[in-house]
Write a protein that binds this ligand. Structure first.
Ligand SMILES: [Zn+2]
Length: 159
């Protein structure tokens, strides 16, 4: 099977302590979600993530299953990115799971975007960090990055 035309690999580089920093924030926010913008440089075939921007009041707009993204956050992120000569190239958020039997399988197999994540206006790289509570209460985290999402316009045609 060949890939549909135009679907070449998208390369993502995560620099320095960016991932570590998000994982720490995601564990701190547990059992609520948290959210940050990815800052760096992006091109047609790759994105280089250099830094993060957490909205100052992000905690006030996160629940255990939703981030209520405020329109002004993106403006603030762009302003901050410019000040350090980077661009906003995407976003990352967490999916927290309090302990349940079998929860650990989510660490690798559960780093998936929800339908509402897909339905948000996509503009760049989408990072997802799961935070899973072990039976002992210890929190473990794991991140995955998705390339810019191509919007789909669906038309169901009857025969
Ligand atoms: Zn989500």
């Amino acid at each position: 099977m060949s890939a549909p035309v135009g679907l070449k690999p998208f390369n993502i580089v995560v620099r320095g302590s960016v991932e570590k920093e998000f994982k720490s924030a995601a564990k701190e926010a547990f059992p609520k979600e948290t959210f940050a913008y990815l800052l760096g440089h992006s091109f047609a075939d790759r994105g280089i993530i250099e830094d993060l921007y957490f909205p100052q009041d992000v905690g006030q707009f996160c629940t255990t299953d939703t981030v209520y993204v405020q329109p002004r956050w993106l403006r603030e992120a762009k302003q901050y990115a410019r000040s350090i000569e980077l661009a906003v190239i995407g976003e990352i958020h967490s999916h927290p799971y309090t302990y349940f039997s079998g929860a650990e399988s989510i660490i690798r197999a559960g780093r998936i975007l929800s339908e509402s994540d897909f339905d948000r206006k996509p503009f760049g790289i989408n990072g997802l960090c799961v935070v899973v509570e072990r039976k002992s209460g210890q929190l473990v985290s794991s991140c995955r990055y998705y390339p810019p999402i191509r919007p789909v316009k669906l038309k169901l045609e009857k025969d």
